[in-house]
Design a protein around this ligand. Sequence first.
Ligand code: TXA
Ligand code: MG
Length: 310
Amino acid sequence: MSTRLSNIKKAIKYLNKNDCIAIPTETVYGLAANAYSDKATSKIYKLKKRPKNNPLIVHYYKLEDLEKDCHINSNFKKLYKKFCPGPISFVLKLKKNSSISKNVTNNKNTIAVRFPKHPITRNLLKKLKFPLAAPSANISKSVSPVTKGDVIDEFGNRIKFILNGGRTKIGLESTIISLVSKPTILRLGGIERNRLNKILDTKIIMNNSPSKILSPGQYKLHYSPGIPVRLNVKKAKIDEAFLLISKRKNKSKNFFYLSKNKNLKEIAKKLYQTLRKVKKLGYKSIAVERIPKKELGETINDRLQRASNY
Ligand code: TXA
Ligand code: MG
């Protein structure tokens, strides 16, 4: 049996026993458990040290499975057709007869759902009899993991199994859009705002203000590497890690390139890993060059802004 297959078998074994494991997605690694089980989902909160009122995203393999748990509508269908599987989560109305654990939704009548694209996790979901609740696989408020090593950094041996899927392709979490009433973006993410506007043929409103928290992932301090982060810096101090997005003529050991030619996809992909790396190297603060706010740059700036509220 290939290692890949035997690992999926192991993953299934743990999940069927109501344990949590880490799974790769195209955005970041998730801490996954049976979304239908109170016991399994309560372990996620405990391991992540996550407040109980912060609901979880549920991951599905196919539409028919999702329709057992929530109501879909025409806006959902349009976005689903264009972007799924992919880095977008939808907040929808929960069905009364759904088997989703109340831990997942914090007893509310809405649920966040998505179809991840990573082939290993799709293969896993296909073989399970239940969907997977999976928040990012990090301790609450810290930086999301993009490799197996990052997950080990977060949980050490407190996690029983990590399904290895290599470094995640996108490196930032999914975009969250609520479709319960008027479409509203609750969290910027892997799909740019303009692409969503185009499909729904409207300028979608945003609500990521911390005063009206619909999506607690929008708390002001989040995605934090645990040391101060300064933004829009032209010249860093010598003892600061300097994260750059375009090539400099001079060299310095505190320079860390997210990209050498302002490539936003590359910057997104390297951001979390670089934040982790410079902290490990012992830097006590981080300076980041200005990153354009267009396209994926809007999400990157959102995360950096929250990381900088240290
Ligand atoms: O890319 C992703 O979305 C990753 C991967 C693992 O799928 N997951 C992820 O999960 O980022 P998490 O838990 O770290 O962030 C999910 C966000 C949280 O801010 C949570 O508050 C919000 O989704 N959320 C979950 N259910 C919700 C609901 N019913 N209404 C509003 N927000 C919700
Ligand atoms: Mg998270």
